[in-house]
Design a binder for this molecule. Sequence first.
Ligand SMILES: C[S@@+](CC[C@H](N)C(=O)[O-])C[C@H]1O[C@@H](n2cnc3c(N)ncnc32)[C@H](O)[C@@H]1O
Length: 217
Amino acid sequence: MDRQVKLAPQDSRWRPGTPRWSRIGEMQFRFLVQHGLRPEHTLLDIGCGTLRGGIQFIRYLHPGNYTGIDISPEAIKVARRLIMEERLEDLRPRLLLTTDSRFKEFSGETFDFLFAYSVFCHLPPEEIEEIFQNIGEIMGESSVFFFTFKPSGRMKEDKSKDKKFNFRYPFRYFQELAKEHGLDIELLEPPSAHNYPEKKRMAKVTKGKSSTGKQRE
Ligand SMILES: C[S@@+](CC[C@H](N)C(=O)[O-])C[C@H]1O[C@@H](n2cnc3c(N)ncnc32)[C@H](O)[C@@H]1O
């Protein structure tokens, strides 16, 4: 992503304000609101990128309730600049550069909603496993973690030119990880055109049967 943001500032996927960037952000926003996000909730946007969804969440949530993390310094730089340009500093979004997926920066803190949109399709298994190992620490009993992935019958990396870091996983891979870490997981219904791109699927992770995540929907 760092390479993409840096080297392709004209790329409509990442440049804030392009119709494509806004459309995908709006889809993310609609999805989380449909699944119970309210202004008083806290949200951790894992791999927030250039705030495609983030900008909508920041405007909607109560001040201080949005946190975005990313491993790309360039994405965080673009995101911070956007907050200034849009004069959203008073909403106190937290934008943090991270180096791993252990979430140590949030020690003792939990989030109501956790979201990783278009992130796992770029992560190798070891990074996804690190997220599953640690995410329970920043989830409370009623927290819900939604993530997208590109499904396939078996784990696959697309190594064709310009397609570095494109991974596909079967849902059972995530089921096994969730089980190993005492988490519940469910595959949501396939998306509609108003939801998010059809080649992606969305999964929902909760801490256990006592989760109130369902009540929010
Ligand atoms: C395809 S972009 C999607 C960005 C954003 N979610 C969106 O929809 O616009 C994936 C992002 O995840 C970030 N990323 C990859 N691995 C990560 C990790 N382990 N922790 C946090 N961010 C990560 C990348 O730097 C990149 O900004």
